[in-house]
Design a protein around this ligand. Structure first.
Ligand SMILES: Nc1nc2c(ncn2[C@@H]2O[C@H](COP(=O)(O)OP(=O)(O)OP(=O)(O)O)[C@@H](O)[C@H]2O)c(=O)[nH]1
Ligand SMILES: [Mg+2]
Length: 550
């Protein structure tokens, strides 16, 4: 029960939500602009413009256009329906050069006629109240705007343009065929067969039926039917008419009047236009699932960028430099001498970090060579990203995504350099604990040296075991100073080494984080954002088409 109700409600919404469908097509066309063929996008946009234009105008009028080959009898049919000799019916072909209109019920039709581009001199109004002579037949057509068009097969270009323009704007189309040309490939290929989507807003008239012998009429009508079916127009009614004698004109008028009274043609026509345009777009857009860039993919790209920028080399440099410099400051001073360092360790520390800092600032950085080599990897990764993200999509989107992914790669070198030189890598500071450790090392060294000298003097004077010599826990103080200073200095040196390693690692991690942040911003701006824009456009286009075709 509920599901039936739900179904019914859906049908109503589907039937009435033409506005949403037009909006969907509009959104899809905008998103496809620059990505799909311009002509296709333009055509969809025209449908949107036409549809919104028509919907703003009179909903009580139905624009009925009479179209067909020259001499088929369009103007004659027009005259027969209006009951007036409005359109020139000629022997010289083509006769009609400009469309003319006959309006039943003028109220509200002015803007519509303006929109149709029919100048006032080509307009006639039939007001049923005034046409007392044929009131019943004329009031039947109330709300009809009947258009007599030029021929579609003319040698005159202006005729073609006028016909194509008005055929696109009409709510209901009456195609007039004649016994000579009803099988013409031109009319079937150019107008009838492509109008499959519009068959619910079309009528076909076989005119000049008086010229066909009675016994051949059935066969000819069946033939017309067969050809229309072959075009896919099996729902289009065919009416046999003689505009000259008036045969079948009442039936034609009744059919037009019925459709006009239902007031469905306008929306049905727009609906068909929207569906057709959306269908054509959808074939190009494809139906691959929508997607977003995965974080894994973006992270892999950042890695490639970081490597291209030489971030690992720089980070390793930061760690090495910190380990060496802080290590020198905090190690046992004697081993520093042994290592052949004669200069002031504090000065050396600053000098070293200063050099590293300059390298990292990008001005005389030692990594550009690495960047050159790694550019190849960036290209590969960008291509892999574009491949992955566009997998299964239709060609135009695959191309658009690849184009977008590479669109800004030329800036890569400059942008990475800029980002890295702006990044704060820190690390030039000697930590407070290192100063303390260094002071302690010197105190211990002095204690050790003091103990050594003292012990030497006592040994020289033989007074080492003199009870006057100060003692600590039964051991002579000079020996305690010598051995204790030495042992503690070495021990402190070992402990400091662990701290140095941690500090160096910490600084390296910090530098890595900051550099990667800078690189990540570059990769986001140069590759991720452009690709994301394509994916968003794809999602918008797909969602729009789903709405348009709902
Ligand atoms: N016998 C006969 N002649 C017709 C019929 N309908 C039109 N004619 C004649 O066919 C010729 C062409 O008719 P039009 O109404 O001018 O044809 P059209 O389609 O408007 O032609 P263009 O304006 O040139 O495109 C005229 O001589 C008409 O008198 C018909 O049903 N029977
Ligand atoms: Mg004509």
């Amino acid at each position: 029960m509920t599901s039936t109700l739900e179904g019914a409600r859906q049908l109503v919404t589907r039937g009435t939500d033409l506005g949403a469908r037009i909006e969907g097509l509009d959104a899809a066309a905008r998103a496809a602009r620059g990505r799909l063929d311009d002509e296709l996008v333009d055509a969809a946009q025209e449908v949107v413009d036409r549809a919104t234009g028509r919907l703003r105008l009179s909903a009580t009028h139905t624009v009925v256009a009479i179209a067909g080959a020259t001499g088929s009898g369009k103007s004659s049919t027009f005259n027969a329906l209006t009951g007036l000799e409005l359109s020139a019916v000629g022997v010289r072909r083509p006769t009609t050069s400009w469309a003319s209109a006959c309006v039943w019920g003028r109220d509200g039709a002015g803007e519509l006629l303006e929109w149709l581009g029919i100048p006032p001199r080509h307009q006639t109004t039939r007001d049923s109240m005034l046409d007392s002579g044929s009131r019943s037949t004329q009031s039947e057509l109330d709300g009809v705007v009947l258009l007599d068009l030029p021929d579609h097969d003319s040698t005159e270009l202006s005729h073609h343009l006028e016909v194509d323009r008005l055929v696109a704007l009409a709510d209901l189309l009456v195609w007039v065929l004649d016994p000579q040309k009803y099988a013409d490939a031109a009319i079937h290929d150019r107008y009838l067969a492509p109008a499959v989507a519009h068959q619910d807003v079309m009528l076909v008239v076989l005119n000049h039926i008086d010229t066909v012998p009675d016994d051949r009429r059935e066969t000819m009508l069946a033939d017309v039917r067969r050809l229309l079916d072959a075009d896919g127009l099996d729902r289009v009614p065919v009416l046999a008419v003689s505009a000259r004698l008036g045969t079948g004109i009442d039936e034609l008028r009744t059919e037009i009047a019925r459709r006009a009274a239902e007031k469905q043609s306008t929306r049905a026509r727009i609906d068909a236009d929207v569906r057709e345009a959306a269908g054509r777009l959808a074939r190009e857009v494809g139906d691959a699932p929508t997607r977003a860039l995965t974080t894994d993919r973006a992270a892999a790209l950042e890695d490639a960028f970081a490597e291209a920028a030489g971030v690992p080399v720089v980070v390793e440099g930061v760690e090495r430099s910190a380990r060496v410099a802080v290590g020198r400051a905090t190690g046992w001073p004697v081993s520093a001498w042994v290592a052949g360092v004669r200069s002031d360790p504090v000065r050396r520390l600053q000098l070293d970090l200063g050099t590293e800092g300059r390298e990292l600032s990008g001005r005389d950085r030692s990594v550009p060579k690495a960047a050159q080599v790694q550019r190849a990897r960036v290209d590969t990764d960008v291509r892999a990203l574009a491949d992955e993200v566009s997998a299964g999509m239709a060609r135009p989107w695959v191309d658009a995504i690849h184009r977008a992914s590479e669109s800004r790669l030329d800036e890569l070198g400059d942008r990475l350099d800029g980002a890295l030189s702006a990044a704060e890598i820190g690390g030039a500071r000697t930590p407070a604990w290192a100063w303390l450790v260094m002071a302690a090392q010197w105190v211990l060294l002095l204690a050790c040296l003091g103990g050594l000298v003292w012990t030497g003097v006592l040994l020289g004077t033989g007074a080492l075991s003199d009870p006057d010599t100060p003692q600590v826990a039964g051991v002579a103080l000079p020996l305690v100073l010598l051995v204790g200073g030495l042992a503690l200095g070495v021990l402190l040196g070992l402990v400091a080494r662990m701290l140095v390693a941690r500090t160096a690692r910490h600084r390296a991690e910090q530098a890595d984080r900051r550099l990667r942040d800078a690189v990540s911003e570059v990769s986001r701006e140069l590759v991720v954002a452009p690709v994301d824009a394509e994916l968003t456009a794809y999602t918008t286009a797909r969602a729009g088409l789903d709405r348009a075709l709902a």
